[in-house]
Write a protein that binds this ligand. Structure first.
Ligand code: ZN
Length: 162
């Protein structure tokens, strides 16, 4: 049984979101974040990422990005929340979504999209409704943060393998 199902979102009223189909434990890997692996040059050359759809673009390493804006990437439906219960993790060219706290059945799954203040964040209002909501989809640090996450998950994995 999958840990998620697609439903009309409470956050994005015009769109869909993913919801927990059962209680999910912190640390559980919920869904892979898939897409097209493209080179940095392709990202630079593509008009698509001229700030219209940066939400789905991830930095994998110095050479490659992942464009998650494809129909088969169910994980793209996960909405942003300032009080997110999931986060992106990566290793090599793979990305996935992990629960960062225990999530009750029926709750909407949310991630931190992690836009930096340097990006044009005002075009992305946040309606997550959390008590700490800042009104826009931003976070401190950089939107290109998967590299950092990657290092963190490596550390975590090393701890597990002991
Ligand atoms: Zn918010």
């Amino acid at each position: 049984m999958k840990l998620y199902k697609i439903k009309k979102s409470n956050i994005d009223r015009n769109g869909r979101g993913l919801y927990a189909t059962k209680d999910i434990k912190e640390g559980a890997r919920i869904i892979d974040y898939v897409g097209k692996i493209i080179t940095k040059k392709q990202t630079e050359d593509s008009k698509k990422f001229d700030n219209s759809k940066p939400i789905y673009l991830f930095n994998l390493n110095n050479r490659y990005d992942l464009d998650g804006d494809v129909s088969w990437n169910i994980a793209r439906l996960i909405n942003h929340s300032c009080l997110n219960n999931c986060d992106y993790e990566g290793q090599g060219l793979k990305l996935w979504v992990t629960a960062i706290k225990d999530i009750k059945k029926g709750k909407e799954l949310t991630c931190d999209y992690g836009f930096g203040y340097d990006s044009d964040y005002k075009q992305f209002p946040c309606k997550c409704g959390s008590i700490n909501c800042v009104g826009f989809i931003i976070r401190e640090g950089s939107r290109w943060r998967i590299n950092k996450k990657f290092k963190m998950s490596l550390k975590k994995n090393q701890r597990v393998s002991k």
